[in-house]
Structures are given as structure tokens and as C-alpha cells.
Design a binder for this molecule. Structure first.
Ligand code: ADP
Ligand code: ZN
Length: 600
């Protein structure tokens, strides 16, 4: 039954990754925690059981925009879905609740605030319930930046409705967050499904900053003249300036930051979703809950806060699996500014320490000579033995030196100082500094005191950051944020393994124009022309209904359509992403566009 629905409703041929296992597990009554990267296909894991199992499935979602998108997508598929949140008026809400009791809905999206009210819980007791899906489950964790205290009260679901299976889903899966989810949602008896975190369709590029605006412009003109994308900047002023500058240069670009009033923000976000060649220039206030699948690039004009943040922000690109870019310019000033941010924040001493170390891991990523994807995945404890061929260091290798001896000095210094100190102190010891702290701990008597005078402080910082990135040093985030020896350090200390380090902390050479581009274009110009015609047609259909284009059909479907040129309904129905509802609604008109472009 689930695989029948996969084709008839969603238009897909086969389950991806662990989807089938999760669905089976849920349908046999089990609880689950699903950790899958963005674009991994999490929604199907609960949407299909919701359609197969009797009763209504409740989806707890933290953001109204997200709910609206999901519900619209489902409606386009002919699924009986609704949302309950503060954007509905009283009578609309009453109607949704009536339909739930009458068994007329398969999926209802609800905010945690509403769900947790006593009247709503009482109402649920009168409904037949298929399952609970807790989306963006990392909101339960204080470690993430999206902490939502109400999520912690969701254990009430288990207490009040013990027989109803629960599934929690997230794309954020570092250890502490995972632990928090299991603990605070009472999922210890459930099964955990973890997918790899690689996003193979995203090309990672980090370029030294020299003239960032021009660099951005060159990047956009070369690869993304007609794409949707996000440009992240640190400050509101820079967001405004950059958006204006892009408009002057012929791009459609709008600003988004917390300083704009709510109406403007909502309108800009809405345009971003509904147009397909728009650039959103934004602070990190923008992005959470943006499910737009065809974001073709994410550009960072400033450093993000951490590698987790970088992974999340860049992860908004290419949800649909098509080639996409994560592009960043990075300079030493950014680093200093981020460090200042950390130092001047209200955070406690320990928190600051942790943030500093996280920053170092990010800098290590920026400076790495290794495949960026390997470094990124390593940080999330996922080992990837082979290089990716789809990041700048793979495509244009950087200059390195044999850093084995430097690494040995650092590692033994960390070891001799008991693996509890941060980078600054370790470097002081290596340089033979005479500080209070060094005297207090007697570190001036260590054999490693003063053995590293061949490098400057800045160079040692670069070495340490790279060692963190290589996993030879780990940041003790659960303790005080000091540096510990990583699992792989022994062979290095014994001289059995060499360590290659990147020569310059910041690359000086000019970036080459990308040899192979990550942009989405079809090889055959005739196919490309048809693809653009299909996009234009989709935009018209979307505008007539006031919905985002991607809820009509995804780019993936349009690309396939442009390549295979179906001539009849049967051919149209074979396209991935076309189920019965889409065939009926849109088959005819898209087939006309294809027919009109047929070569003579
Ligand atoms: P997530 O919530 O994990 O970010 P989504 O559920 O939005 O991911 O799915 C990402 C994309 O993959 C969507 O475009 C979705 O339609 C598509 N997708 C999901 N499952 C399949 C599948 N089995 N076959 C083909 N496409 C799929
Ligand atoms: Zn690579």
C-alpha cells in the first residue's frame, strides 16, 4: 500500500534511503527519531503513514510559513490537509476541528502553543489519531539556535495518548542535540534512523575576500544570472546596501532583516517564495522554515557563527537535489569581528569558551587544504574516505607544507598541559611566553615551553585551527571547551603519520573562474529553451493561484520534462513528481507547452 501511494499521490517511483524502513516502523506502532539532511525526504516518512493509517496525523511545526507551504503542497497533491495556527480566525479554526473529529482530514499541521492548550488536548481525545509528527525536533534543544521551550512540554503527547506512534524529525544532528531530543521528547524506547549528512549536490567554495561586492557580482553573473538564492550578511546596513547594489546591477534583490517591520518582511519573503529568479539579501533572521526547494545558491558575505550554522545556512540550497552552490568570501577581519562578538556578548565564561572553539573549527574549515566536504562531515562525526570532486579545494588544490613536526609540538603541548586549556594558552606555552597563567600552572617548566618559536602567534593559530579541523584536536564542548587530543593523534605523535597543512592562513592568489560550473543549465540549448518556457508557464499558473511555483511542479520535474518531451498523458504521468492530481490539473497545459516547442 505505501508504495502504491508513493506513485499515485506523490508521483515517485521508489523510496529513498531509509524512508521505507521508517514508514514500516511507524505503521507497526513504533516511535522514531529521524535525522536526515535537508532535502533527504523527511516529510514522506510521516505523510505516507498519515494517508495509509486510519485517523488524522498531527504534525507539530514551529513556523506558520512552513505549515502554509506544506499544506499547500499537500493540497496540490489532492491530500486532505489543513493547518491550525494563529493566522486562522475563530470560525476557520472551529471548522478544521470539526473536520478532524469527523475524520475528514488526513494531516493537520499545528503549532506547539496551540497543541498544548487544554481545550485542544481535550478535542484530540475526541479524534481518531493516526500519529504525531514532531517536525524541526531540534527546537527542543538548548544547544541549537532555534530553542523553543514549548517543545519540551510535548512529552504530554506520550502521556495522554500512549498508543499513538510518534516520529520526531530534524536535519540537525550533533551529539548533544540528539541526546536532548531523545531525552526531552521521551523517545528512548523508539528507533533512531540516521542518514548521512552529505549534500552531494552542493558545491562548497570559500574565497579570500578582497573586493567582496565585485566578487559576488562576478559569481552571480557567471553562474546564477537567472537563479533564486540567498546572500547572507552580518549587519542590517550591509543587507540594505548589498540588496541596493545588486538591484543597480540588474538583479531582482530584496532585503530581509529584523529591523524591517513585520509587514515588509512577510511581503519580501512571500515574493522570494513566489518568484523564481529572486535574490534575498538577509541576515540570519531569514531562513528557518524556508522550504523553497529551488534555492540555487547561498552566498556568505561574512562568516557564519559556527560550522553547524554554516551547514544549516548553506543547506538551504538545493533541497530538490539539483546542482547548487555554497559560496563564501572570508577575510581575517571577519574573524576578528566574530571573536569580538563572542567576547562582548552576555554569555557566561564557559559558553564563550565553547563559542570560541566552535569558531576555531569554522576557521579551520576556511583554511583547510583538504576536501571541504570531508572536513565538514568530519565535524559531524561522519567519515568520508574519498574526496568529493565538488568543492574548490578538490577542483583547485592549494599549496601545503609538511606540518608533522608542528602538529607534534602542539599535540604534546596539549598532552602535557592535561588537555584542559584552550588555543591561546597552548600557543603561549609553545612560544615560551611568561604569563600569570603559565607561572600559576608551572607550565614554564614543561619541555614544550618555548619549543615553537619558528612560527608567529597567527601562524600557530592557523595550525591549531587546522588540527581541530583534522580531528587531531577536539573541542571539549561538554566540559569547559578546552582542547583535547583527538582519536587519531597517536600515529602523528609517534611519527607514523604525516600531516599536510595549508600554507597561508588566507589564500592570496586570485580565485580562478570556476572551471566546471555548478549552475543548473541543460546541455542541449533546445532543452534549455524548453525548460525556461516551462518555468514561465509554471510561474503563470502559480501566480493565478497565489502559490509558490514549486508547489505546482518542482524544477526536477521540469528538467525531466524538457529532456524527455512527453507527448501524451501516459508520458506525462511517468515524470517523477507527477501523481494523479498533478496529471489531472496540469498535464494538459504543460503538454501544450512541450508540443509548441517541438522541433519542426
Ligand atoms: P526534507 O524535509 O528532508 O528537507 P523533503 O521532504 O522536503 O525533505 O523532500 C525533499 C525533496 O525530495 C522534495 O522535493 C521531495 O518531493 C523529494 N522526494 C522525497 N522523497 C522522494 C522519493 N522517494 N523520490 C523522489 N523524490 C523524493
Ligand atoms: Zn571536495
Amino acid at each position: 500500500m505505501p508504495s502504491g501511494i508513493l506513485k499515485t499521490v506523490f508521483g515517485f517511483e521508489a523510496f529513498r534511503g531509509q524512508q521505507a524502513d521508517v514508514i514500516d516502523h511507524l505503521m507497526s506502532g513504533g516511535d522514531a527519531l529521524v535525522l536526515m539532511p535537508t532535502g533527504g525526504g523527511k516529510s514522506l516518512c510521516y505523510q505516507i503513514p498519515a494517508l495509509v493509517m486510519s485517523g488524522v496525523a498531527l504534525v507539530i511545526s514551529p513556523l506558520i510559513a512552513l505549515m502554509r507551504d506544506q499544506v499547500e503542497t499537500l493540497k496540490q497533491l489532492g491530500v486532505r490537509a489543513a493547518a491550525l495556527n494563529s493566522s486562522l480566525d475563530y470560525s476557520e479554526a472551529i471548522e478544521v476541528e470539526r473536520a478532524m473529529r469527523a475524520g475528514e482530514l488526513d494531516l493537520v499541521y499545528v503549532s506547539p502553543e496551540r497543541l498544548l492548550t487544554e481545550p485542544f488536548l481535550t478535542h484530540l481525545s475526541a479524534c481518531r489519531l493516526a500519529l504525531f509528527a514532531i517536525d524541526e525536533a531540534h527546537c527542543v534543544s538548548q544547544w541549537g539556535h532555534d530553542f523553543r521551550p514549548e517543545y519540551r512540554q510535548l512529552t504530554v503527547l506520550h502521556e495522554r495518548f500512549p498508543g499513538v506512534p510518534r516520529i520526531a524529525l530534524t536535519a540537525t544532528a550533533d551529539g548533544p542535540t540528539r541526546k536532548d531530543i531523545v531525552e526531552h521528547l521521551g523517545l528512548s524506547a523508539g528507533r533512531v534512523f540516521v542518514a548521512g549528512f552529505d549534500r552531494p549536490n552542493i558545491r562548497y567554495r570559500v574565497t579570500p575576500k578582497n573586493n567582496p561586492r565585485d566578487q559576488l557580482l562576478r559569481f552571480l553573473k557567471a553562474d546564477h544570472a537567472r537563479s533564486s538564492g540567498i546572500v547572507y550578511c552580518l549587519s542590517r546596513a550591509k543587507v540594505e546596501d548589498t540588496a541596493a547594489w545588486l538591484r543597480e546591477n540588474g538583479f531582482t534583490a530584496l532585503p530581509y532583516h529584523a529591523g524591517l517591520n513585520a509587514g515588509v518582511r512577510a511581503a519580501n519573503q512571500d515574493r522570494f517564495l513566489k518568484e523564481d529568479t529572486m535574490i534575498m539579501v538577509a541576515t540570519i533572521a531569514f531562513g528557518m522554515g524556508i522550504d523553497k526547494p529551488d534555492v540555487r545558491f547561498v552566498a556568505h558575505m561574512d562568516l557564519p557563527k559556527s560550522l553547524e550554522a554554516y551547514y544549516q545556512e548553506t543547506g538551504r540550497a538545493g533541497r530538490d537535489g539539483l546542482p547548487s552552490d555554497a559560496w563564501m568570501v572570508y577575510g581575517t577581519q571577519d574573524m576578528a569581528r566574530q571573536m569580538q562578538f563572542i567576547e562582548s556578548s552576555d554569555a557566561g565564561k564557559r559558553q564563550k569558551h565553547v563559542e570560541r572553539q566552535k569558531m576555531n573549527a569554522l576557521l579551520g574549515y576556511c583554511e583547510t587544504a583538504r576536501c571541504r566536504r570531508q572536513v565538514l562531515l568530519d565535524y559531524f562525526d561522519e567519515t568520508r574516505p574519498e574526496t568529493c570532486g565538488n568543492c574548490d579545494t578538490c577542483l583547485e588544490p592549494v599549496e601545503t607544507f609538511d606540518g608533522t613536526e608542528a602538529a607534534q609540538k602542539v599535540l604534546s603541548c596539549v598532552y602535557r598541559t592535561d588537555e584542559i586549556f584552550g588555543a591561546a594558552h597552548i600557543i603561549d606555552v609553545l612560544l615560551g611566553a611568561d604569563t600569570d597563567k603559565i607561572r600559576k600552572f608551572g607550565h614554564d617548566t614543561l619541555s614544550t615551553h618555548g619549543i615553537g618559536t619558528e612560527f608567529s602567534k597567527a601562524e600557530w593559530r592557523s595550525v591549531l585551527r587546522q588540527l581541530v579541523a583534522l580531528g587531531l584536536l577536539v573541542v571539549d564542548v561538554e566540559g569547559h571547551g578546552g582542547l583535547r587530543l583527538g582519536p587519531g593523534c597517536r600515529p602523528v605523535l609517534r611519527g607514523e603519520q604525516t600531516v599536510e597543512l595549508r600554507k597561508d592562513p588566507v589564500r592570496k592568489r586570485a580565485p580562478k573562474t570556476a572551471a566546471a560550473k555548478a549552475r543548473l543549465t541543460l546541455d542541449d540549448p533546445a532543452d534549455e529553451a524548453l525548460f525556461q518556457a516551462l518555468r514561465a508557464h509554471r510561474l503563470k499558473l502559480a501566480q493565478a493561484q497565489g502559490v509558490p511555483p514549486y508547489v505546482i511542479l518542482h524544477d526536477t520535474t521540469l528538467v525531466e520534462m524538457a529532456r524527455t518531451r512527453p507527448t501524451d498523458h501516459a508520458g506525462f504521468a511517468r515524470l517523477s513528481g507527477v501523481g494523479e492530481a498533478k496529471l489531472e490539473r496540469y498535464g494538459e497545459s504543460f503538454l501544450e507547452v512541450v508540443a509548441a516547442s517541438a522541433p519542426e
